[in-house]
Design a protein around this ligand. Structure first.
Ligand code: NAP
Length: 292
């Protein structure tokens, strides 16, 4: 089976495609329209955005216009968006933000709503207020979930410390997903083990090493293993995550990239997986490890 067609059963009872389309740094109505068109055409059924990406409105417009072209309904698409750190910890601001996202995305519900970052804007990362602000946010998200505005709630960039604290106060509503930077240059073994034990699905971001660096795609071991398997380095990196049961949300603007990123019907043998699991570690994006 093509790994790209697989779904994951979330602890909330909803089903999410294991492969989604990332949209960080994709902006502008025409560009968004074109990438959404291509991604739907090749088979993506899940899309990842965030308030801070400033593209929800254009995604909403593109989906509304394009779904009929592919004979799809809103219910065939899984939409993830994320709370801006500037509204984190403020129940009124969170409700207004969710309402704005619903309006921008032109939808009556959000499939998955994530706390984008464990810290709150304008509050130092080291602030001892961060845990109580996170707890306030979680309580508010539970309320919005009960109202049906959000189907599943989760977190992003949470370390084991942040998850442990959340699980102690989560009022029986577990985070369904922890979306984190994860790839062969930043493997996060401990975090994956912890999330698997707790039933939290790990979704990888920056699987290709971000839009700002080609170091991962050009890593000599990645290039060598990809060539041995006769796949592109990107496909190798994406399947490396899928083979561990980790979700992916690759971002691409170029059509050939969008098409490439869903061709995941091959197997990475054990030896190649091992080779990818010995690479030096490097984090490419923001680091939550100092967030109190
Ligand atoms: N929760 C968070 O804090 C967080 C943080 C970062 C990202 N994310 C999410 O994760 C998504 C993915 O991460 P990312 O945006 O950092 O980037 P990424 O997916 O790691 O990499 C994107 C880069 O890879 C290139 N690319 C894509 N497919 C390729 C292929 N088949 N061959 C060669 N190059 C290819 C893209 O080029 P082109 O665009 O030119 O095609 C772009 O330069 C984001 O878009 C966002 O939705 C979440």
């Amino acid at each position: 089976m093509n790994n790209a067609a697989k779904n994951i059963h979330l602890s909330s009872g909803y089903v999410m495609p294991l492969v989604g389309f990332g949209t960080y740094k994709i902006q502008g109505r025409d560009v968004i329209y074109e990438v959404v068109d291509e991604s739907l055409k090749v088979g993506f059924r899940s899309i990842d955005t965030a308030v801070v990406y400033r593209n929800e409105k254009d995604i909403g417009y593109a989906l509304k216009t394009l779904l009929p072209k592919y004979n799809l309904q809103r219910s065939d698409i899984f939409i993830t968006t994320k709370l801006s750190p500037s509204d984190h910890g403020d129940p009124k601001g969170i409700e207004q933000s969710v309402q704005r996202s619903l309006k921008a995305l032109d939808t009556t519900y959000i499939d998955l709503y994530l706390i984008h970052w464990p810290a709150v804007s304008r509050t130092p990362e080291s602030s001892m207020n961060n845990p109580s602000l996170r707890a306030k946010t979680w309580d508010k998200l539970i309320e919005l979930k009960k109202q049906g505005l959000i189907r599943s709630i989760g977190v992003s960039n949470y370390t084991i410390k942040h998850l442990e604290e959340l699980l102690q106060n989560c009022k029986d509503t577990l985070p369904v997903v922890n979306q984190v930077e994860l790839h062969p240059h930043y493997r996060q073994k401990e975090l994956i083990k912890y999330c698997n034990e707790k039933g939290i699905h790990v979704q990888a971001y920056s699987s290709l090493g971000t839009s700002s660096s080609t170091d991962l795609l050009k890593d000599p071991i990645v290039v060598k293993v990809a060539s041995q398997l006769n796949v592109s380095p990107a496909r190798l990196l994406l399947n490396w995550a899928l083979q561990q049961g980790i979700g992916i949300i690759p971002k691409a603007i170029k059509k050939e990239h969008i098409r490439d990123n869903i061709q995941l019907n091959f197997v990475i043998d054990e030896e190649s997986m091992k080779a990818l699991s010995c690479l030096p570690q490097h984090k490419y994006t923001w680091d939550p490890s100092n967030v109190y």
